[in-house]
Design a protein around this ligand. Structure first.
Ligand SMILES: Cc1ncc(COP(=O)(O)O)c(C=O)c1O
Length: 387
């Protein structure tokens, strides 16, 4: 019996729905990971990744593992024992970075903000003053656990003035909202394939700039992780083509096809689509009395955290969405567990039809869960925004 799964509309925190061209790329016959034809595809992938990160960085490639490996690769390659790393912590992923920094034998300095709020640039400036030798500052651009959109461009000059590197998590922003690695002077950034790039999970695009490369080259100690050591990985993705590990061929096909789709649409058009659909969803939610949990003015286009109304059963609503509408949304994490739903509008999942579907589904389920609303008001408000 061939494998079958239910057809789902993926509006959670990732993965997002995948374009049929990406799915069929996965079924392309295998060739060897050192085959000249595969090497040609690797070159195209690097070029398209640079165009997506908006960077000229030579060292731009997909790490063979999920977004967390991109995070770990940046930190293990740039940190050595006893280095100080300042990390913005306002959700799950900053917390994860602190854990990795500690496992590198380095010393994390957590700059905390309440979940749903951004890390204020002033707080980073203060941390840089109190820890003058800090090696890097790490921030999550799009905090998927809360929906907060961290400003990056105003922080980079503070970080560089203090002689530190800026590392940015772009897992939930790359391909969905602007990420300008060179303009914003980001030294190292990583992402994941399963969010706004609309590819299955499994690879972590990563880019390292000149300042970060100089730090990598000047290390006193070997990179603590063999698998994520960029000094070896760059020899496979660079001109030398030295075997390091067997590249996941099919996933690389899928990423390349997903990147081609990103650039066929064009980044500005893609960002505008994500913005339009987010704004329509927000208007629709507001019309039925639901609010976004992240700080006003700093709400992501790609991930909407919605405050669950008092008395409504989180799980019952998500179960009904899945069973009756084939629609997946996410629950809250950590202190937001049971308090928010997370509605992702990422990549192929960010469509006007999906905005209207999720609003219609909520309007039909919520009244049964004890929440009174004007049925049809949410869909009408969103439809008006969508034109
Ligand atoms: C902001 C952010 N960083 C890192 C990760 C980790 O990525 P992965 O789950 O692909 O390992 C995620 C995953 O949701 C994320 O949203």
């Amino acid at each position: 019996m061939p494998l079958t799964v239910p057809p789902r509309v993926l509006l959670g925190p990732g993965p997002s729905n995948v374009h049929p061209r990406v799915l069929s790329a996965l079924g392309t016959p295998l060739i060897g990971h050192l085959d000249p034809a595969f090497i040609a595809l690797m070159e195209e992938t690097k070029t398209l990744l640079r165009a997506t990160f908006l960077t000229e960085n030579t060292l731009t490639l997909p790490i063979s593992a999920t977004g967390s490996a991109g995070m770990e690769a940046c930190l293990v390659n740039l940190l050595e024992p006893d280095d100080v790393a300042i990390v913005g912590v306002n959700g799950v992923f900053g917390t994860r970075m602190v854990d990795i920094v500690r496992r590198c034998g380095a010393r994390p300095v957590a700059v905390e903000a309440p979940w749903g709020r951004i890390i204020e640039p002033d707080a980073i400036a203060t941390a840089l003053r109190t820890h003058p030798g800090a090696k890097l500052v790490a921030l999550v651009h799009a905090e998927t656990s809360t929906g907060a959109w961290q400003p990056i461009e105003e922080i980079a000059p503070l970080v560089h003035a203090a002689g530190a590197l800026l590392v940015v998590d772009t897992v939930t922003s790359l391909g969905g909202c602007p990420v300008r690695v060179d303009d914003w002077q980001i030294d190292a950034a990583y992402s994941g394939t399963q969010k706004c790039l609309s590819c299955p999970p499994g690879l972590a695009p990563l880019t390292l700039g000149a300042r970060a490369l100089a730090v990598l080259r000047a290390r006193r100690t070997p990179v603590q992780s063999w698998y994520l050591d960029l000094t070896m990985i760059e020899k496979y993705w660079g001109d030398e083509r030295v075997y390091h590990h067997t590249a996941p061929i099919s996933m690389n096909y899928a990423l390349l096809e997903a990147l081609r789709l990103v650039h066929e649409e064009g980044l500005p058009a893609r960002w505008a689509r994500h913005q339009r659909n987010h704004e329509a969803l927000k208007a629709g939610l507001k019309a039925i009395g639901l609010e976004l949990a992240a700080q006003e003015g700093r709400q992501l286009w790609t991930l909407n955290s919605v405050t669950i109304p008092d008395g409504v059963d989180d799980l019952a609503v998500r179960k009904a969405l899945l069973e009756e509408f084939q629609l997946e949304i996410g629950g809250g994490l950590g202190p937001m567990k049971g308090k928010v739903w997370r509605i992702g509008l990422m990549g192929e999942s960010s469509t006007a039809a999906n905005v209207l579907l999720v609003l219609h589904a909520l309007e039909s389920i919520l009244p049964r869960c004890g929440y009174r609303l004007a049925v049809g008001a949410g869909v009408a408000a969103a439809a008006q925004r969508l034109g």
